[in-house]
Design a protein around this ligand. Structure first.
Ligand code: HEC
Ligand SMILES: [Cu+2]
Length: 386
């Protein structure tokens, strides 16, 4: 087998295998380290069926190897001498039908209680989840009066030790919500509401992705779940509410914040809401397929923006947050500014098709951008981190 063809292809299999294994190393989306009760249940089922499959695999491989060796042609065999010709074997056929059937029936019986348990309502709060091209929105109705009190994007914030119910919607096409360490996947389908549960025993930041192909920036439609202790969660709620009622229209003076607010009013409120200042973007008719853009009320309190593709605050090589000398988080102002200048350049979008934010590079001057940044910095307090 010394042909050039064989030689040049010899590296292909190891290379592909290497690439495949490299895919396992993205620790941020690891479904094998469940943190919450629901994720553990799913993990238990995955392991059970996985090990059963390994057992079946070993048995089949061993059987094939045995048959190859045991029934191979021997040098003494007469090549014209055919082995006995048979048709059907009831014993063998029953065996290879009944054993797999029994295994599948066992798996079904074992799996069903979990399927029903995960579909039932948890005893915690309910949060509305909305998927749209290409970011996720989360809405909290604190007093259960049918009005959403807190609306955020990218960061889903929940307390530890609570079976949180998610009400999953889509505002345009089919998406799928997946935070691997905290739960399985659930589709977001236009016109339908899918219920799902999520829970975590420990504080932390858990990453997720949209897992239903939904167009151009599907791979950039990420989200994270920030799990806080109940005390921290209460503080987060208070800060979110404070961010809403704070007088957010900057004072009518010569400050950059005021100039930024004026620019925001001219260019941005046709799509974006800021509670307490710009309550309804285009009366709910923003020029977007989804009809909504991220609510910017507490923009500074989120760890990420643009479908969690960019960090709001600067992070170091190990993902740790960098801090100013006074201990405050370092705003990732460069990317935020670039985003407002030319969003489609930072994340593929089709503004001409009402998908994603507009390109403002021909509209806003450097001075305008500085002023807008000054205004955006007034929106909410820094995030509560686990
Ligand atoms: C045509 C509607 C539209 C207009 C006008 C618009 N935006 Fe956006 N904006 C969006 C959409 C849609 C997103 C989400 C894009 C994504 O994540 O893919 C977004 C995202 C953002 C984000 C990131 C928020 C987050 O949580 O992810 C910021 C900040 C922002 N816009 C600021 C502005 C500013 C400032 C202006 C005015 C200069 C503006 N936008 C004008 C539609 C718009
Ligand atoms: Cu999606």
């Amino acid at each position: 087998m010394g042909t050039r063809f064989a030689r040049s292809w010899r590296w292909v299999v190891p290379a592909l295998l290497g690439l495949l294994l490299a895919g396992c190393a993205t620790g941020r989306l690891d479904a094998t380290k469940p943190i919450g009760e629901d994720a553990r249940e799913i993990d238990g089922l995955m392991r059970l069926s996985g090990w059963m499959a390994v057992g079946v695999g070993i048995f089949v491989a061993a059987a094939v190897a045995t048959i190859i060796v045991k029934f191979r042609a021997k040098p003494t065999d007469d090549p014209d001498d055919l082995p006995p010709q048979i048709h059907g074997n009831r014993k063998a056929e029953l065996t290879w039908t009944l054993i797999p059937t029994a295994m599948l029936v066992f798996l079904t019986i074992y799996t069903l209680p979990t399927v029903f348990a995960l579909a039932s309502e948890g005893d915690g709060r309910t949060i509305k989840v909305e998927g749209q091209q290409w970011w996720w929105q989360f809405s909290y109705d604190l007093d259960e009066d049918g009005q959403y009190d807190i609306v955020t994007a990218n960061d889903l914030v929940i307390p530890t030790g609570e079976e949180v119910n998610l009400e999953i919607h889509s505002n345009d096409v089919i998406h799928s919500f997946w935070i691997p360490q905290l739960n399985g996947k659930k589709d977001a389908v236009p016109g339908r509401i899918h219920d799902w549960r999520i829970s975590s025993d420990e504080p932390g930041i858990f990453y997720g992705e949209c897992v239903e192909f939904c167009g151009l920036s599907h791979a950039n439609m990420q989200m994270r779940t920030i799990v806080l202790t109940p005390e921290d969660f209460d503080r987060w709620v208070q800060e979110q509410l404070a961010g809403k009622t704070a007088a957010q229209v900057a004072p009518a003076d010569e400050s950059p914040e005021a100039a930024g607010a004026a620019l925001f009013e001219t260019h941005c409120i046709s799509c974006h809401v800021v509670d307490g200042a710009y309550e309804s973007a285009a009366g709910g008719n923003a020029n977007l397929l989804a009809g909504i853009a991220p609510n910017l009320t507490n923009l500074m309190s989120r760890t990420a923006f643009a479908g969690a593709l960019y960090e709001t605050y600067q992070t170091g090589p190990d993902g740790e947050y960098l801090r100013n000398p006074d201990g405050s988080l370092k705003l990732n102002i460069a990317e935020l500014r670039e985003w407002v200048r030319n969003a489609p350049d930072m994340k593929p979008a089709r503004a001409d098709n009402q998908q994603g934010m507009l390109d403002f590079s021909e509209v806003l001057t450097d001075q305008d951008l500085d002023n807008l940044m000054a205004y955006l910095k007034t929106l909410g307090s820094p995030p509560v981190l686990p």
